[in-house]
Ligand binder design. Structure first.
Ligand code: G6P
Length: 613
């Protein structure tokens, strides 16, 4: 969703802002803009569409200046258009504001400001902010900062703001409530940004602003205050991320690079959490074995791909820990009447740690006083800061909008957590733990093998990509894999795709099957009747001339005799097969998107980090 960057220092802000905005492109956007101080004045430039449009306009009409703020907008209030692009100005043109979030009481504020004579030019909620500051300045606020604080105390909802004030050409103002914003500390220069990768080239130290704080940035000083104007001390944090982590490193897309990083990411998660004696240890989680013994229930909440990881986590935890585990979508959880009791462990799963619905659910769980554990990829994110405990997925920055390495890392985190809790509760023996860990240790190589089979998968994608729709079927641990495979496909190739529990096929999707419909069947070997049931489901598809693409265990002749196309995967325990199977589906979606010519890293309408509800 919207991205913000800001710069104060001696350099020309324009190229720095443009570079930062490019690094925020992955968040999803449909228009962009910048504002900079120029000699004695303030200039803005905006574009609808991609940043390249803004670059073209800057080439035709060059602009220089400092300090400055920039924005990529993902439309919520008002269509993507010039008038709705940020920065938004007050009536006098002296205050420029970029915003991520939603000002929920904007209509009341706008009515009030219009009645007081303010004229609005856009359909956005954001535009009330500069007008409100202008109103407070006119109404006697002693200086700009005081006017800003007064205005913010009246705004409800969520915001990350970057603000320039024409009469104060040495300062960038920032504010945060519910939407991500960091301050980057450089050498005689300072930055604001929606996330660290946007400014990683320039800084090693950051301040993670808290909700209800403003920052006043000059080139040699950053002051943080609360909304009552009281100074707040932040100890800067050192960023532990290599600048190369945010580059494509020779791959044609970030998504391809990130799929290839999966073996390394999973290997290092295993190294971090498995001791020499094949025992799973989770010191960073910090809950005692006693706590896991008395635990009665787990509730997992997340959105999007992370929700599929949560479903896998539920199946695996029920299987290995004997606990009752429930899952819900962040957007549903808070609007039903969930029974959350103190003896429930609440687990929030999120790559970004900024997803608004997941965060709101977590806060609800905290109100009910249950312990909160997050499985998260981004240190310093809101989710991490609001949790009692965190299990980091350590996948490094994920830039491709469609999640890949973060997903398999979430599955691995659930595998490790389930084994750990299972042992603590005596549901699994030491011997079983060793067997499970040995199986997990084979996963990175198996994924590497899948990545080497990319050409074969590409040929299958090339053959099936042009139909209007595809169906994905799986059972038990691979039911979430089917959902995730379908999600990957629709996200990046725009082919309609539906994931289904294979046993449910007869209750609806079977009506869709004909000689044109690709049906992706996940049928890797199991030790019980689930495999036979899956074979029966494939037979039902075959009988209706559906075009079966099977994911099967190496050498499985039975599946090969039914499927039109087959992707073999290395054998592993059924519980862990989703970690390998999903890589086949990621590649299938990737090459379908490739064949359909979509913008794989930045699919239309999607945002990487969904910071509004
Ligand atoms: C967006 C992204 C998805 C992601 C979901 C949840 O929809 O495009 O890739 O799975 O948000 O994000 P989170 O950061 O909470 O995992």
């Amino acid at each position: 969703m919207c991205g913000i960057v800001g710069y104060v220092g001696q350099k020309d802000a324009v190229p720095l802002l443009m570079d930062g905005l490019k690094r925020l492109e992955y968040r999803g956007y449909d228009s962009a803009g910048i504002a900079v101080h120029t000699a004695g004045d303030m200039a803005t430039r905006i574009c609808v569409g991609r940043l390249s449009e803004l670059e073209d306009s800057l080439e035709k009409r060059p602009l220089q200046g400092r300090p400055g703020i920039g924005h990529t907008r993902w439309a919520t209030h008002g269509e993507p258009s010039e008038k709705n692009s940020h920065p938004h100005l007050d009536g006098s043109g002296r205050i420029a504001v970029v915003h991520n979030g939603i000002i929920e009481n904007y209509q009341d504020l706008r009515n009030e400001l219009e009645a007081a004579g303010h004229t609005f030019l856009s359909d956005t909620d954001t535009e009330v902010i500069p007008h409100l500051i202008e109103q407070e300045l006119a109404g006697g606020a002693e200086d700009f900062e005081a006017a800003l604080l007064r205005a913010l105390r009246r705004a409800r909802g969520a915001y990350a703001l970057g603000i320039l004030f024409k009469d104060d050409p040495d300062t960038v103002y920032a504010a945060r409530l519910g939407s991500p914003l960091i301050v980057g500390l450089g050498q005689n220069e300072n930055y604001i940004a929606s996330d660290v990768p946007a400014i990683l080239k320039h800084i090693r130290q950051v301040i993670y602003l808290n909700d209800g704080e403003i920052a006043v940035l000059k080139q040699d000083q950053v002051l943080v205050k609360d909304l009552d104007g009281r100074a707040v001390h932040h100890e800067p944090k050192t960023v532990d991320m290599a600048p190369e982590a945010t580059e494509r490193a020779g791959f044609e897309t970030f998504m391809l690079k990130e799929m290839h990083e999966q073996p390394r990411v999973l290997r290092s998660l295993l190294e971090k959490h498995v001791s020499g004696h094949a025992r799973v240890q989770l010191p960073e989680v910090g809950f005692s074995e006693d706590y896991f013994q008395i635990l009665r229930r787990i509730m997992i909440v997340s959105c999007g791909t992370a929700y599929h990881a949560a479903m896998y986590g539920k199946f695996l935890m029920e299987h290995l820990t004997g606990l009752a585990v429930e899952t819900d979508l962040g957007s549903e959880f808070r609007y039903r009447s969930p029974r959350i009791e103190r003896d429930t462990l609440f687990i929030a799963v999120s790559q970004s740690g900024e997803t608004a619905d997941t965060l709101a659910s977590l806060r609800l769980a905290r109100l009910k006083k249950c312990k909160v554990l997050s499985i998260c990829n981004v240190p310093g994110s809101s989710l991490v800061r609001d949790s009692d405990s965190v299990m980091f997925t350590d996948a490094g920055p994920e830039i491709g909008v469609a999640s890949t390495k973060a997903y398999t890392a979430q599955l691995m985190a659930f595998a490790l957590l389930s084994i750990h809790i299972g042992r603590a509760r005596d549901e699994i023996t030491e011997e079983q733990e060793k067997e499970l860990v040995a199986a997990l240790e084979g996963i990175p190589d198996a994924i590497h093998y899948m990545l080497e089979r990319a050409d074969h998968i590409r040929a299958i994608a090339d053959k099936h990509h042009d139909g209007p729709s595809a169906l994905y079927l799986g059972r038990r641990f691979n039911y979430p894999t089917a959902l995730e495979g379908a999600l990957k496909n629709k996200e990046i190739s725009y082919q309609h795709a539906e994931g289904y529990a294979a046993g449910e096929m007869k209750h609806g999707p079977i009506a869709l099957i004909n000689e044109y419909l690709p049906v992706v069947c996940i049928c890797t070997r199991t030790e019980d009747e689930v495999y036979d049931k899956m074979i029966s489901n494939m037979k039902e598809v075959e009988a209706r001339h559906g075009r079966i693409i099977a994911i099967a265990t190496d050498g499985d002749k039975q599946v090969a005799s039914i499927a039109e196309d087959i992707i073999y995967v290395p054998e592993t325990r059924e519980e862990f097969s989703p970690l390998i199977n999903v890589v086949a589906l990621q590649l299938l979606a990737y090459y379908a998107a490739h064949a359909r010519g979509t913008d794989i890293d930045k699919p239309r309408n999607l945002a990487k980090s969904v910071t509004v509800e």
